[in-house]
Unconditional design. Structure first.
Length: 81
């Protein structure tokens, strides 16, 4: 993907497709999504580790992305039910 927004659109489309055509209709699908969390804007080229705080530092960025993906996957269905 050429941008984080494109990556999010592709993730939503892939998840919806996997849910719509499960490989085993008797079990709910287990889905794994690989997503490259964009670096913070304040990251400089010389930074050795852009995420020195590990998961605790990545989480606020990833939480917003995950929220957008989940809303994109269940968006219209959530309004109906």
């Amino acid at each position: 993907p050429s941008s984080p927004a494109e990556q999010t659109r592709r993730a939503i489309a892939s998840i919806r497709s996997a849910i719509a055509s499960p490989t085993n209709p008797d079990k709910p699908p287990r889905l794994y999504v690989d997503y490259l969390v964009p670096l913070p804007l304040e990251t400089k080229d010389e930074d050795i580790d852009p995420w020195p705080g590990g998961l605790a530092q990545i989480y606020p960025y990833a939480e917003d992305i995950l929220r957008d993906i989940l809303k994109g996957v269940v968006g219209d269905d959530a309004k109906e039910g």
